[in-house]
Design a protein around this ligand. Structure first.
Ligand code: DUC
Ligand code: ZN
Ligand code: ZN
Length: 482
């Protein structure tokens, strides 16, 4: 009998901190040996001349998230994880979203049912807390954290989701007491509403005015406020989908003052600008409507700088898939509508890894180790999945990407999501995953997807491991004597 189910031979392995040549021995879905000239496995993949990185952890994507009709996500756990696998992502973390008036537990059970039997790669859930009732704060949230749902998103905008400052403090306090990670969508809701009404009154309702309704100021103000609220409670936070300079400056300020403020950014803030929402009133710009909106070239450079100098911990897709054509997506009921009514979000699960590998690493803008840290190790640590996920090490899940370096022009028809466009159509890329292994099984071989719905497992997350275990008593405990 072979010692290994699979050996990946002659790999140039890149982790967040090291680069080395070796064979990887895999048994029962885990990495059991790393070395040279390993024994023959039952199966073998020769990776000679190719780089092998940990499978991607996409810590921000939306799959089959319940929403008000007619709007519906184009991808569910089947098509979304298919697309993830073909793009080199082996763990996804979408959101179990609480509706106002709904129990958080019910939201999780509903979402568990939506995922059951469908996923091709492993997944965990973040929670979205939109109704922090006393029961949610005192019972449901602490229980769910204990059960492995250790991160939750807080919205500062969107009427059906947003919390006021007092509610945010309450939820952050639960994160502090139970060691969870709070993720903040930082945009000032009232400013957006005020600007939107002004634009509508002036007849400016084309897709491109979405960007005008959410200038960087609204992101800057909310980022500042989120940081202040977290400082008051004395809890680490992670600001999601940071778009440009003004929010970055707030986060740098917080860091310089010793606050534990982490940050995420996404491909759209590197590769798109507000002009992709339209330079005239064409409806096509609806395809690139997302929030915060993409900014300009100068802000793209600010994001590149933050990726390289450690400001960002996480690089996610924020895959929020809506079809351009069709009544459930960007044209609700089949109609071209004012920007206020256009669903926010763009697809990106499948392109996230290759965009950053091509335009970051192979274009000489980023080290390969930093790429791994941002796309895999950082998110795994932020959300309590490391070291099972996010690295190549003995004992870790055998989630691997073997890269093929070849030039090609990206086309939506090559992708495996259910969305009828990619914002990156026509981009010239230098690489794509040649093999994706999920717990030692080939799910993508560079040409063909190997479907096995239901093989993906729901992961219980531990506490975030970006920081040392909390020293006690902390400031809030001292203040309240609790
Ligand atoms: N925020 C997200 O995180 N995703 C899609 C839309 C949004 O506003
Ligand atoms: Zn958001
Ligand atoms: Zn999102």
């Amino acid at each position: 009998m072979n010692e290994f189910d699979l050996v990946v031979r002659n790999a140039r392995v890149v982790t967040a901190c090291d680069t080395f040549d070796c064979d990887i021995g895999i048994r029962d879905g885990r990495i059991v040996q790393i070395g040279q000239a390993l024994d023959v496995g039952a199966n073998e993949i020769d990776a000679a001349g190719r780089t092998v990185t940990p499978g991607g952890v996409d810590a921000h994507c939306h799959l089959d998230q319940p929403m008000a009709p007619p709007t519906r996500n184009a991808d569910d756990f089947d098509t979304g994880t298919r697309s993830a696998a073909c793009g080199g992502t082996t763990t996804v973390i979408p959101f179990a979203a609480q509706q106002k008036g709904q129990s958080l537990r019910a939201a999780v059970e509903d979402y568990r049912a939506r995922a059951a039997g469908k996923a091709h790669v492993d997944y965990a859930f973040h929670l979205i807390v939109s109704d922090p009732t006393p029961t949610v704060l005192r019972e449901e949230l602490p229980e769910l954290i204990r059960e492995g749902f250790t991160s939750f998103k807080i919205y500062m905008t969107y009427d059906d989701m947003k919390l006021d400052d007092g509610q945010i403090l309450d939820v952050l306090d639960v994160a502090r007491q139970h060691g969870a990670m709070a993720m903040l969508h930082a945009e000032n809701s009232d400013c957006i509403e005020w600007l939107t009404r002004r634009l509508e009154a002036a007849g400016r309702t084309a897709p491109r005015f979405h960007a005008h309704s959410r200038p960087m100021l609204v992101e800057r103000e909310a980022t500042h406020r989120a940081i202040a609220l977290a400082e008051l409670v004395d809890v680490p936070i992670l600001i999601v989908h940071v778009s440009g300079r003004e929010a970055v400056e707030q986060i740098r300020w917080a860091r310089a003052h010793g606050l534990n403020v982490f940050a995420e950014t996404c491909p759209q803030y590197l590769f798109l600008t507000a002009e992709d929402l339209g330079i005239d009133d064409s409806y096509k710009g609806a395809r690139c409507i997302c929030s915060p909106p993409p900014r300009d070239k100068a802000n793209q450079q600010v994001i590149w700088d933050g990726l390289n100098d450690g400001l960002f911990t996480v690089f996610s897709s924020d895959h929020a898939p809506f079809k351009y054509d069709g009544p459930e997506g960007k044209k609700p009921h089949g109609e071209e509508v004012a920007f206020r009514h256009i669903p926010n979000g763009i697809p990106g699960l499948e392109t996230r890894m290759a965009l950053l590998w091509s335009e970051g690493v192979l274009a000489g803008r980023m080290t390969a180790n930093r790429f791994v840290e941002l796309t895999s190790t950082g998110p795994a640590k932020a959300y309590g999945l490391h070291p099972r996920k996010g690295t190549i090490a003995i004992g870790a899940d055998a989630d691997l990407v073997i890269w093929d370096e070849r030039e090609f022009v990206l086309k939506n028809e090559q992708l495996h999501h259910e969305v009828d466009y990619t914002p990156y159509e026509g981009m010239r890329l230098k690489a794509w995953p040649g093999v994706t292994l999920s717990r030692g099984e080939v799910v993508w071989d560079g040409c063909v997807f190997h479907p096995k719905p239901g093989r993906g497992e729901l992961l219980a997350c531990g506490a975030p491991t970006l920081l040392p275990k909390r020293r006690l008593p902390d400031a809030m405990t001292r203040l309240l004597g609790a």
